[in-house]
Write a protein that binds this ligand. Structure first.
Ligand code: ATP
Ligand code: MG
Ligand code: MG
Ligand code: MG
Length: 470
């Protein structure tokens, strides 16, 4: 049965309510957790209960949680199934039920409530998790050849090097050979879109100590996460998350204002998907209090906005356009996300201002980068110098990752080390200058200078982020 995204969200939450779970509204995208920039999964707001730091009011909870992942930015638009912002449906047990309940429920929900065909499904389990194997095989009745054992990377979850952790089990939907990358070994676990990962069930059953020893937890927990957009794409029988009712109105709006048709040209589709995804992320981030800056969360916001804006140019959108998509987004998401409606003015003005600012330098920056790329090609080189990336960053507001992405489209790499050197050099200069300033001037004159020129932008965090990636 074809159901809307909204219906699916409601169906999930009420299914688990019937199973004794308390339904919570989504928690903020900005977690109460200094180790994380964003809420990356439904379990994040419940972490203190899993870690035993706090006692939960109830032993069972269910949510549709707003999530944001920066590790997937580059995937967005390229795959049919990755977003920066997405909704994760989850059910959680705090020392209450365990594998024996959650596995049959997940199966029942997908095959009975939703109507997935069992013959399209696979499940993965952790290498030696025979307990999970037995439940899938004997209790649920999944044939052995549809249960795939996977290693640590895919099927073992840990919040960090020490602490609660455990194996997981995932439900995979085979979208059919037409979705396959065509490689001879394309099977469950392949990066392509064919074997679509729908739902992850995490069995938090061990504690890992400093020496790496696993000891069983006295109270075992369950944490699950299923992408609403992916669920909708299967239910609605469309080629990608972007063609579900959760996204299509946004795509149509972009098509409308750009005059470019969707599903005609790969590059254009990618641009439309990126824009639709990023605008959604921007609006939700701002609604939860994130503002543009050169560090941390605000830098992610900037990066997304500038990437979206640049993709707009590729569709021929020469003027700032991102705010034009907001009414469509609000219409789609106002229920249940009232924060979008309540904060629409802030969302609009922040996006508007940021995009206008970037618009002023985007074309010049793009011209510069194109010149450089054709020069490199002529010279038979394939590395953009770090200094150029730095000028693009410093003068034209191109986040390093944006420069890298554009270069990558031409098979060119960016000299990251060179870029970092330039950043460091500039920071040293700034430090030296501010030292001179503070010794040469009194505090009042410095603050008056500051108010005249605006405070200098802090780049330390971003530099660390870049370094961590190198
Ligand atoms: P993938 O392997 O597809 O990148 P994952 O293994 O990183 O997904 P999990 O951490 O297991 O994802 O998250 C639980 C569920 O959340 C996934 O099974 C998927 O349905 C959904 N999900 C994860 N990342 C994304 C994303 N970037 N966009 C949309 N849905 C996502
Ligand atoms: Mg992932
Ligand atoms: Mg995965
Ligand atoms: Mg997973």
């Amino acid at each position: 049965k074809r159901r809307s995204g909204r219906e699916l969200r409601e169906l999930f939450l009420s299914y688990f309510e019937q199973k004794g779970h308390k339904r919570y509204p989504s928690f903020s995208l900005v977690p109460d957790d200094p180790s994380l920039l964003f809420t990356i999964a439904g379990m994040v707001p419940f972490k203190p209960y899993f870690l035993g730091l706090k006692q939960p009011d109830v032993p069972r909870a269910t949510t549709s949680q707003k999530c944001l992942r920066t590790n997937d930015i580059e995937n967005v638009g390229r795959t049919s199934r990755h977003h920066t912002f997405f909704e994760m449906l989850g059910n959680f047990s705090f020392g209450d039920y365990f594998k024996e309940s959650v596995i049959p429920w997940a199966w029942e929900f997908l095959t009975k409530e939703i109507g997935f065909l069992p013959e399209r499904m696979y499940v993965t389990i952790y290498l030696d998790d025979d307990e999970a194997f037995d439940i899938w095989h004997k209790t649920v009745g999944i044939p052995e050849d549809r249960i795939v054992r996977m290693g640590e990377k895919d099927n073992f979850w840990a919040a960090g090097p020490v602490g609660p952790c455990g194996p997981c089990s995932e439900l995979i939907y085979d979208q059919g050979p037409e979705f396959s990358c065509g490689k001879p070994d394309c099977f469950v676990g392949c990066d392509c879109d064919r074997y679509l990962e729908i739902w992850n069930l995490v069995f938090m059953q061990y504690n890992r100590d400093e020496a790496g020893n696993l000891t069983p937890l006295p109270r075992k927990n369950i944490d699950t996460g299923m992408g609403l957009e992916r669920l909708a794409s299967v239910v609605q029988g469309v080629r990608s998350d972007f063609e579900t009712d959760l996204f299509m109105p946004m795509i149509n709006k972009i098509s409308n204002i750009s005059g470019v048709e969707y599903a005609m040209n790969k590059q254009h589709d990618m641009a439309m998907r990126v824009i639709a995804d990023h605008v959604r992320a921007l609006a939700f981030m701002i609604a939860d209090g994130v503002l543009p800056s050169n560090e941390g969360r605000g830098y992610v916001l900037r990066r997304l906005l500038r990437r979206a804006s640049r993709y707009g140019r590729l569709l021929g959108l020469e003027r700032p356009f991102l705010v034009d998509l907001l009414p469509t987004l609000v219409e789609l998401m106002a229920d249940p996300y009232k924060e979008l409606v309540e904060n629409i003015n802030v969302i609009e003005s922040v996006i508007n201002l940021e995009e206008k600012k970037f618009s002023r330098t985007l074309d010049q920056g793009s011209a510069l980068i194109e010149e450089e790329i054709s020069r490199l090609k002529k010279e038979g080189k394939d590395v953009l110098p770090g200094e150029t990336a730095f000028v693009l960053y410093d003068t034209y507001g191109f986040p390093l990752e944006l420069t890298e992405e554009i270069c990558q489209e031409h098979g060119i790499k960016v000299d990251r080390d060179g870029f970092i050197e330039c950043m460091e050099h500039q920071r040293e200069m700034a430090r030296a200058a501010s030292k001179q300033l503070s010794s040469a001037t009194k505090k009042e004159s410095y603050s008056s200078l500051l108010s005249k020129c605006g405070s200098s932008e802090f780049v330390g965090y971003e530099l660390n982020e870049v370094r961590a990636k190198v």
